[in-house]
Design a protein around this ligand. Structure first.
Ligand code: 3PG
Length: 395
């Protein structure tokens, strides 16, 4: 069920799990990308305009347990940004996730108003799916909404699983963001328009092996870039110079080598940079000289990959194809993004870094769907069943 199925919610208190785990400047705590907050706005506006009040909760980062170090992970910053985006005040509920102050603030909450709980992971019970902790949150409201697609794969988070469980038989639904993500990815996997192409990048083959294996059963062609390309190249006997490739990565790539040259394409040229002087670069085909490491796909590869994208009817992309945070090494990632933005294909992007890159290049509005999920996107495409979604009421 989605929030559209809720009926009259005037005066109800809605507990909503959002994923405001946004990138921040590690020193100042300034939010560097608020996409995940913006993505939850339609659901929050809908609830507020229907006369409900909202109790929003999220985790941010992975707290260390040291309050001084973790201060930067408090939800004050996201509450402030949320307030700016919604145009209504967002009250912070206190320094603990649950407790008397929070219960009192929730009880006093008026229709149209928003309360933000403290970072859920400041309480160790959150990641233990603790039923008592969940009960303390559950008693704050009348309705549970899951609009945290980026966290849906976390099966041990109380806010995702134990809280909706504790709230039954009160209504438990998904918000617009989760509903859209599920619909788009379900459609992509069930009835893709062909030819279907995938572009994969990022660092580790081992992290994405299950995802790649599923993709290989679905797509017509898989293009590899990013750090993982050098793993495949090394495994095929290419000298990758000073590019670091761990042994376990070579092992992970082993079973996939049979697809290289047919379903899987690797870069034929790459931008390399001197390990001790990144300003010294050279485009290389074949072996990479000692002292140099691969940092981006080369121009010939980009031209080939762009042509493949232009020929496809569906393109799914996960993982930057180069070190895009460095402007000098961002051409490949930008080029892949441009090819997708200019194509008539259904284009889907998943994974935090890839989404960040496409936004940085100002191309996101030309992509059919940019997922808010990182690990959740991979897991959902892999066909994993989420314990969080099993708690949502069925229509
Ligand atoms: C994410 O960014 O992928 C989600 O917010 C989940 O965060 P986690 O990987 O720390 O569980």
């Amino acid at each position: 069920k989605t929030i559209k199925n809720l009926g009259d919610i005037q005066g109800k208190k809605v507990i909503i799990r959002v994923d405001f785990n946004v990138p921040m400047d590690k020193k100042t705590g300034v939010i560097t990308n608020d996409r995940r907050i913006r993505a939850a706005i339609p659901t929050l506006k809908y609830l507020l305009e229907a006369g409900a009040s909202v109790i929003a909760m999220s985790h941010i980062g992975r707290p260390s347990g040291d309050p001084a170090k973790d201060a930067i992970l408090k939800t004050d910053g996201v509450a402030k940004r949320l307030s700016e985006l919604l145009g209504v005040p967002v009250k912070k509920a206190g320094d603990t996730v649950v407790g008397p102050a929070v219960t009192a603030a929730a009880a006093a909450l008026q229709p149209g108003h928003v309360l933000m709980l403290e970072n859920l992971r400041f309480d160790p019970r959150e990641q233990k799916n603790d039923p008592e902790f969940a009960q303390q949150i559950a008693q704050l409201g009348d309705i549970y909404v899951n609009d945290a697609f980026g966290t849906c794969h976390n099966d041990k988070d109380a806010s995702m699983v134990a809280v909706p469980k504790a709230m039954a038989p009160k209504p438990r639904v998904v918000g617009f963001l989760v509903a859209k993500e599920l619909e788009v990815i379900d459609g992509l996997m069930a009835h893709p328009k062909r030819p279907m192409l995938a572009v994969m990048g990022g660092a580790k083959v081992s992290d994405k092996i299950a995802f790649i294996n599923v993709l290989l059963t679905k797509v017509d062609h898989l293009l590899i870039g990013g750090k993982m390309a050098y793993t495949f190249l090394k495994a095929r006997g290419v000298d990758v110079g000073s590019t670091r490739v761990a042994d376990e990565e070579l092992t992970a790539a082993g079973p996939l080598l049979q697809y290289v040259g047919n379903k899987i394409s690797l870069p034929i040229d790459y931008v390399t940079a001197k390990s001790d002087d990144l300003n010294t670069t050279q485009v290389v085909e074949g072996n990479i000289p000692v002292g140099f490491e691969g940092v981006d796909i080369g121009p010939k590869t980009l031209a080939n990959y762009s042509a493949e994208i232009a020929k496809s009817a569906t393109v799914i992309w996960n993982g930057p194809v180069g070190w895009f945070e460095q402007p000098a090494f961002s051409k490949g990632t930008r080029g892949v993004g441009e090819a997708m933005a200019n194509s008539h294909a259904v284009t889907i992007i998943g994974g935090g870094e890839t989404a960040e890159a496409i936004e940085q290049f100002g191309l996101d509005s030309k992509i059919t769907h940019v997922s808010t999920g990182g690990g959740a996107f991979l897991a959902y495409v892999e066909g994993k069943k989420f314990a969080s979604l099993a708690q949502i009421d069925e229509v």
